[in-house]
Write a protein that binds this ligand. Structure first.
Ligand SMILES: *Cc1c(COP(=O)(O)O)cnc(C)c1O
Length: 366
């Protein structure tokens, strides 16, 4: 019996390298791009453990839950960590980063999340990159939630380790990911005795056994289905055009923000400033007396496929996430999500204007 997922021919090294090159073109980067055989947390952790060690002083910027995780990995590597936390309803500024360097001139590594799908904010990487470059620190960026939704430009921004995953705005698979690595970052890892070697977490293994060897022999059997899905998803972005895909996400964010305000019922954008709100997903604050997770559960009973979720952990009470990314970066998805939230709020006795919200989505769809 044949099956579409099974009995596939092995994925060749040539094909694997071609997919890597396509991902590099998506990032418009001349750096080495390494595809990793796992969800984005694999290169996120591998890059930190490769580049940081007891001699490192890291500025770890926390604008959401992932920043907390990075700080834990950095400490675990023996790095000295300077945490710079900003409230989740805002973005970090280049001035805050500059001040941190002034206070701790020994900082030689900066970790930062570009956009946070979990909190809905996005950070000004071009400006921050300038500060990091002035100081000569290594710049590590989690661009999982920004790639496909807004520009991600590791070369002009001076990002040394830029991690992406396909599962958000790229509309692709979650089981493979990629990291672009600058020459400086390779040198830092090569000089780090604690960098993972002969390990699934090792970026250096891929450099030595794959990239430096001219990419002719794969070190192990690649995650074939995920690689094919990654290829298909990058190809689709190339066909539609990256600009078009990003514009859809920007429209979805603007329409959700305007639509939620028009809906009323006490819903408010969680991120105060629209320019600090991520195009990948829009977070909303529920009014006092309403529990966000309950409202979302109620809204999802009308249609479980709606791109709605409550905030994670402690945010589950107060935050709704409208995950309008990938296939859900459409005006239909945004309208349907707001309509379902409106119905659920109405059941709570709150006054909403569903028709007004739907009109606002229309009017703000770029
Ligand atoms: C989604 C996301 C990841 C990947 O995490 P998953 O929950 O496994 O998809 C990493 N970093 C950021 C900033 C993300 O938004």
């Amino acid at each position: 019996m044949t099956h579409p997922f099974l009995d596939l021919a092995p994925l060749s090294a040539t094909r694997f390298a071609a997919i890597e090159d396509r991902v590099a073109r998506l990032l418009d980067t001349g750096q080495d791009v390494v595809i990793m055989q796992g969800e984005a947390l694999l290169p996120l952790e591998g890059a930190i453990r490769g580049a940081a060690g007891p001699g490192t002083t890291a500025l770890n910027v926390i604008t959401g839950p992932y920043g907390q995780t990075f700080g834990n990995w950095l400490r675990d590597c023996g790095a000295t960590v300077v945490d710079l936390a900003v409230p989740f309803h805002t973005a970090v500024t280049a001035d805050q980063v500059r001040d941190a360097f002034a206070e701790h001139p020994e900082i030689d590594f900066v970790s930062l999340v570009h956009a946070e799908a979990a909190t809905g904010n996005t950070n000004p990487i071009a400006e921050i990159g300038e500060v990091v470059r002035e100081r000569g620190a290594l710049f590590y960026l989690d661009a999982v939630a920004s790639i496909g939704a807004e520009p991600v430009l590791p070369d002009p921004w001076g990002v040394d380790l830029c991690v992406i995953g396909a599962q958000k705005a790229m509309g692709g698979p979650a089981g493979v990911s990629a990291v672009s690595v600058s020459e400086r970052a390779w040198a830092r890892m090569a000089a780090n005795p604690g960098a993972p070697r002969r390990s699934y977490l090792s970026l250096l293994d891929w450099k030595e056994r794959w990239t430096d060897g001219g990419r002719t022999t794969l070190p192990h059997a690649p995650a074939q289905l995920e690689m094919l899905a990654l290829e298909a998803c990058v190809e689709r972005i190339e066909t539609v055009g990256l600009e078009t895909v990003m514009a859809r996400h920007a429209s979805a964010a603007a329409a959700t923000r305007a639509g939620a305000l028009a809906l009323g019922g006490g819903l408010e954008p969680y991120v105060y400033e629209a320019r600090e709100a991520a195009p990948v997903a829009t977070t909303l604050r529920v009014p006092a007396g309403v529990v966000a997770s309950e409202l979302v559960t109620r809204a999802l009973t009308t249609d479980p496929t709606l791109p709605l979720a409550a905030g994670g952990g402690a945010l589950a009470k107060e935050m709704i996430r409208v995950n309008h990314y990938g296939p859900d970066a459409t005006d239909e998805a945004v309208r349907a999500a707001l309509t379902a939230l409106g119905t659920a709020l109405e059941e709570k006795g709150l006054r909403v204007d569903v028709a007004g919200a739907r009109r606002a989505v229309e009017a703000n769809w770029g």
